[in-house]
Design a protein around this ligand. Sequence first.
Ligand SMILES: Cc1cc2nc3c(=O)[nH]c(=O)nc-3n(C[C@H](O)[C@H](O)[C@H](O)COP(=O)(O)OP(=O)(O)OC[C@H]3O[C@@H](n4cnc5c(N)ncnc54)[C@H](O)[C@@H]3O)c2cc1C
Length: 481
Amino acid sequence: MNREKLIGALATIVGDEWVHHRPSELVAYSIDGTFQQALPDLVVSPATTEQVAAVVRVAAGVGMPVIPRGAGTSLAGGTIPLGGGLVVNLARMNRILEVDKANGVAVVEAGVVTAELQRAVEREGLFYPPDPASLNQSTIGGNVATNAGGPRCLKYGVTRDYVLGLTVVLADGRILRLGGKLIKNKTGYQLAQLFVGSEGTLGIITEVTLKLLPRPRYRATALAIFPRLDDAARSVNGILAAGILPVTLELMDNLTINVVEDYLQAGLPREAEALLILEQDGNHPEAVRDEVEQMAAICGELGASTVQVATDEADRQRLWQARRAVSPALGRRGRNKLGEDIVVPRSAIPEMVRRVRQIGQEYGFEIPVFGHAGDGNLHPNIIFDLRRPGELARVEQAAAAIFRAALELGGTLTGEHGIGTLKREFLTEALGPDAVEVMGRLKAALDPKGLFNPHKMFPEGDGVEGFLRQLPLLGTAEAPG
Ligand SMILES: Cc1cc2nc3c(=O)[nH]c(=O)nc-3n(C[C@H](O)[C@H](O)[C@H](O)COP(=O)(O)OP(=O)(O)OC[C@H]3O[C@@H](n4cnc5c(N)ncnc54)[C@H](O)[C@@H]3O)c2cc1C
């Protein structure tokens, strides 16, 4: 089928205006939250599950790769159409179909923006906890496909813990309906969970049934400054050992504190090795305040030089200011940055931060580290400048050293962003060949032609040397002919 016929076939399914084929349209779908770029052949924006299924059947008929896309905020290159293909943009499927208070569930289309769902359920006195920092842009489908998480996940878990049901379009165009409004369900394999975190490689998620919780009415926050990083880590353990499960335990290392202070000039202590933001929520204001005060006291006993506690909203916002400024401050720090995402056992956090500092010194980069101290998920951000000769090769070596340090410490490659293209060459080191082979067999069973999101997740055999350099960089995509 030639290009014109293909456009015609897709337009018959979704309507002319929802097939995007002009260069100016294609370029909008050639990038994500990374610095890679590759142009798709075509983009289609379906409005229903049946349209997605029909689109997939057309693509399968001509052997065209299919790349599912939510909001394109991936930090792993997950939506980059390497080698071209058909991008299926789910953003138009953005209806909240039902907020069912009696059963405590929401049924949504995949393109619903995370924050919009949160606001809608909160109006009903309910709560959808997973809170990726991208929640004002990211979609629920993208969150499910990457098993997204955020600061609240220590207490409330990640997206996976809220998925009760999914509608998925398979590579042959069949529509699979899994689970439903059931909190318990152990009928057969847990197939819905198989698609959670599958990064668009196994099927296209079109509808999601999500568990909701009662909305906690009160929150209190504390900020603790630590002259020594180890004392911050000891405090995290001390808090959990005291039987407190906070919503949030956010960590910033010394370099992050300095990058933020350069940006905000808010009087943060530049010499402090760590800063912790601690938060608790609940329905009884005294209990919430009491637990935050206990956490503050533990930090004080274990080495914090200052601890501030906020119970009213204005004060809370003030304490969060430094953490919220991390992203813009890093954005201003250098021309380019690679925002990494590794996980280590909680007890290994100080050692991991120290190793990142050494790696930064060895390769000549600033690498601020911040993250979720309660769950060991750290974000080392390599600040670099692509205009410097040989820079990308050095970034690769530094990133590889960070991944390997995390693995050596009993950790893993990613807790939030996923594997995508950026970490695929390290998958075997992280999981071992048997696990990767089993994953490959699952992929082949569900998608025998390798139609869905090729070049993602699985190693391509290029090895870890040049794992970034072999990817097309932003600004290098060729204009479509
Ligand atoms: C500033 C910033 C902050 C971020 N903070 C966080 C954070 O705190 N926590 C976190 O977990 N992530 C974070 N991310 C990463 C990203 O936002 C998440 O991975 C998010 O879940 C992606 O959602 P999306 O709708 O943008 O998906 P996309 O980027 O469009 O896609 C992501 C992957 O999911 C697949 N996919 C998307 N939709 C579907 C679907 N309907 N069916 C099947 N596959 C699909 C794609 O093929 C791709 O592989 C951040 C990103 C940015 C830019």
